[in-house]
Design a protein around this ligand. Structure first.
Ligand code: SAH
Ligand code: SF4
Length: 345
């Protein structure tokens, strides 16, 4: 194997075992030790793994790439939200956001540099897809942010795959990364605390339910095909009827429900009729609705719905018994809110 080509955070436990025990002839507990350094003690360098034998550590240092992305910038919002611009080996960049709340802390993770889907209200969508992130680039957003916030006395308890990109178009890397994050003797963030957000790639969406068992959020934004075709262009491939069928097939654990994200755009999808149609669309699917106030960005043609319109919409839908929350705007002053992320180079 050539030098420095191993990315430890991209390897499953079985792959680490194969490398250490199978190839290097190390004893089996090496994997356990390493896993704990990487995912419990959250060290940023192999050199900090003090209980490894000198020889083993030297070998790791010789063949392993760094354990962290480079930090290009860090901004803190008035409300405590933190946004990092992170850069990877090839110089490509993504943004990762931490949102502290009273009883929890959520990291919003990116899955691609850019996005291929071009939803016209989304800032990320104005950037073409550059490339998929690798498993380690996804995992390291979490290890990096957790080590940062824990050093400041905060907790990272939840993950949302809602940053840049469409996670289901980077399926294998995302699934592998989430499995590493779920591992009970490592980061140990449970399926209940992880939410994957998709614009509605139906086959992979259902498959992810079986492969991962995490929460699902679907970016709906309209229940009229002619409107959704425009707002979420993937609707031309998987239309509302296909999406509904997929949502019904999604394996929900226990009393969980599907979260439907609905960005409130003035005069586009925010009328009382839209609210009534939404209720009809969701009939028979265990659902929660997240109304997202539109976060404007420079150059957008869309405008946010008024607070009154949003409350009216919420009342119509909420009256039917569907849990309907208006998502709080977080990190808006530093362009860290939903749909505002962009990894500029
Ligand atoms: N690609 C995935 C996940 C990333 S987008 C998806 O589309 O679901 C995360 C969420 O932010 C989506 O619900 C998306 O529709 C929403 N969003 C995008 N741009 C936004 C904006 N300008 N204001 C508010 N929400 C936005
Ligand atoms: Fe991509 Fe999601 Fe933005 Fe659409 S909303 S362009 S799918 S990141």
């Amino acid at each position: 194997m050539s030098k420095k080509n191993i990315r430890l955070t991209g390897l499953s436990r079985e792959e680490l075992d194969q490398l250490f025990v199978g190839e290097w002839g190390e004893r089996p507990f090496r994997t356990k030790q390493l896993w704990s350094w990487l995912y419990v003690k959250l060290v940023s360098e192999v050199g900090e793994m003090t209980d490894l034998s000198k020889v083993f550590r030297a070998k790791l240092e010789e063949v392993c790439q760094p354990l962290r992305p480079k930090v290009k910038s860090r901004q803190t919002s008035n409300d405590g939200t933190i946004k990092w611009l992170l850069s990877f080996d090839d110089g490509e960049q993504v943004e990762t956001v931490f949102i502290p709340e009273e009883d929890r802390g959520t990291v919003c993770v990116s899955s691609q540099v850019g996005c291929s889907l071009s939803c016209p209200f989304c800032f990320t969508g104005t950037q073409k897809l550059v490339r998929n992130l690798t498993t380690s680039e996804i995992v390291e957003q979490v290890t990096f942010v957790r080590s940062q916030v824990e050093a400041g006395g905060q907790r990272l308890t939840n993950i949302v795959l809602m940053g840049m990109g469409e996670p289901l178009y980077n399926y294998d890397a995302v699934v592998k990364a989430v499995r590493i994050i779920l591992d009970g003797s490592g980061l140990a963030i449970g399926t209940r605390k992880i939410t994957l957000s998709t614009s509605g790639i139906v086959p992979q969406m259902v498959q992810a339910g079986y492969d991962l068992g995490v929460n699902l959020a679907i970016s709906l934004h309209s229940v009229r095909d002619e409107v959704r075709d425009r707002l979420v262009p993937i609707n031309k491939k998987y239309n509302l009827s296909a999406l509904r069928k997929g949502a019904k097939e999604f394996p929900l654990k226990g009393s969980r429900s599907i979260t439907w994200e609905y960005v409130m755009l003035d005069g586009v999808n925010d009328s009382p009729e839209d609210a009534h149609e939404l209720v009809r669309y969701l009939k028979g699917i265990p659902s929660k609705i997240n109304l997202i106030p539109f976060n404007p960005w420079p150059g957008t043609v869309y405008r946010p719905s008024s607070a009154e319109k949003i409350t009216q919409f919420q009342n119509i839908v909420g009256k039917t018994g569907l849990v309907t929350v208006i998502r709080e705007r977080r990190g808006e002053d530093i362009q860290a809110a939903c749909g505002q992320l962009k990894g500029l180079r």
